[in-house]
Design a protein around this ligand. Sequence first.
Ligand SMILES: [Zn+2]
Length: 342
Amino acid sequence: MRAVRIHRHGGPEVLQVDEIPAPVPGPGELLVRLRATSVNHRDIWIRRGHPHPAYRVELPAVLGIDVCGEVVEAGPGVEGFEPGDRVTANPYMHCGRCRYCLGGRFQLCPVFTVYSGTYAELFLVPARFAVVVDPSVPDEHVAAFPNTYITAWQMLVGKAAVSPADTVFVWAGTSGLGSAAVEIAKLAGATVIASAGSEEKRDALRRSRADHVLDHHAADLVARVRELTAGEGATVVFEHIGSATWQRSLELAAPGAAVVSAGATSGDDARFDITYMFVKQLRILGSRLGTMTDAVDAARHLSEGRFSPLIGAVLPLERVGEAHTLLEAGRVIGKVIVKPDA
Ligand SMILES: [Zn+2]
């Protein structure tokens, strides 16, 4: 079977098509045939050789964390899956044995792993992290789902407990994570203010379910959010940008707001005025990926057709390097999808 692997770290050119033996499912594993996957910033950081231990892999490595595939074979002891089932998977794989997992606080598992291996025609998925998705949902939507929607679900539903009373501010509402947040916050009945940095992206946002669309480069962004919220600010701030936005996140937050963060794509070195935090009594919530409860709950809405992920481009598997380049350039609107037969 064909797999796209990296044998060394570097630019998109290190992603190379290799012919390798098909894997054999062991106990508790599913053998899955790829229907589609998508590229994430995590893939790019691993490809480049990011120094953080969380991005260290053994080479050669097959990257890709978003599963949309069809079960070919279930390994020994697997129940609840049949060949032909269309599945996705939660990329956050907790250990199930540590003191946090045993206490049901799976999101705090210190020895979790992040799934990797979808840049291949066939790959293995631990069955306990797989979820069946209704065949009516397009492959592209399933491939755009796991890393973004499960993460945004944990942030908004799990951490911020978003409700119809909330006004949620979403930075970069056309990004993978941002667009998932817009849809989930609307599903929860909240009012959504979303930002984007170009007119083309703001047009895409106006066609989405966001109630208000703002330019995040505008000097009066914070004032505009206050205007839209009767002077109070947003009760939930959806942060995933980092250094470029952190200070303004605190400024545009309402008193008592939740500022929930799951990433720092613009850089993780932020200076901010601590006064905003204690005077407004903000709740700063760190979040990372999502639990199986998040995965199952969010996947139910995916199966029932309530999510329409933004799709920016669809490329064949052997051109995954180009898919990386598109995401790195930051100009594509929506997820970059890779399919074996695109
Ligand atoms: Zn654990």
